[in-house]
Design a protein around this ligand. Sequence first.
Ligand code: GAR
Length: 206
Amino acid sequence: MIKLGVLCSGRGTDLQSIIDAIADKKLDADIAVVITDKPNVMALERAEKAGIKNICVNRKSFDNQSDFESQLLQELKAVGVDLVVLAGFMRILSPTFVHEYKNRIMNIHPSLLPSFPGAHAHRDVLNYGVKVSGCTVHFVDEGTDSGPIIMQAAVAVKDDDTEETLSARVLEQEHIIYPKAIQLYVEGRLKIDGRHVKILGTKNNR
Ligand code: GAR
C-alpha cells in the first residue's frame, strides 16, 4: 500500500477530500502522517479525528529553511512515506528537498497553471479579468508551481466573483481531481516524459 505524507498549512479541506476518498475506497492509499508548518490549524484536527498520525513542524521554531526541511524529511522517512502530497502547504520547498523525493511530490494549485502561480492566485485571476480559472495538480520540481501537469479542471469566473466565491467553486473541483490524480499515481499510471505527464491506460500497480 502506497504511504502518503500530507503537508498542510491551514484549513485542510484538500486533506479532507483525500481522507474521504480513502474512506470511500476511491483512493487505495494510506496517509502515514499529516504534517503542518503551523500549530493549532484545522488540518491537524481533521487528521486527529480520522485517527491519522499528525505532527506540527513549526517553521518558526527553526532558524533556517534547511533545518526546517531536515526535520520534515526525518518525519516523512520515519514512517516510510512514498509520495509527498502538498495540500494547501504555503511554502516553497528547496531543490534539496525536491531532489530527495524526485517525481514523488504532488501539489495542487488554485489556478490553471502556468497562469497565476504564487500565493495569491484568486486575487491575481480577478485582477487580470480572465473568464476561466480552475485548479491544477502537478508534480513538484525545483521551480514555483512549475512542475509537469497531471490534471486540471476549469471553473468559469463570474462578473461578481470575490476571492471567497471563486475559491469556493475552485475548491469543489480540487476535491474531485486531487484524489483522482493520487489514485493514478497509486496505479502506476503516471508517466513523466519531460514536461508531459502521460496517463497510461492500464493499471501498473506500484
Ligand atoms: C487550496 O485552494 C489549494 O489549492 C491552495 O490552498 C488552498 C488550501 O485549502 N494551495 C496553494 O495556494 C498552494 N500554493 P485547504 O487548506 O482548505 O485545503
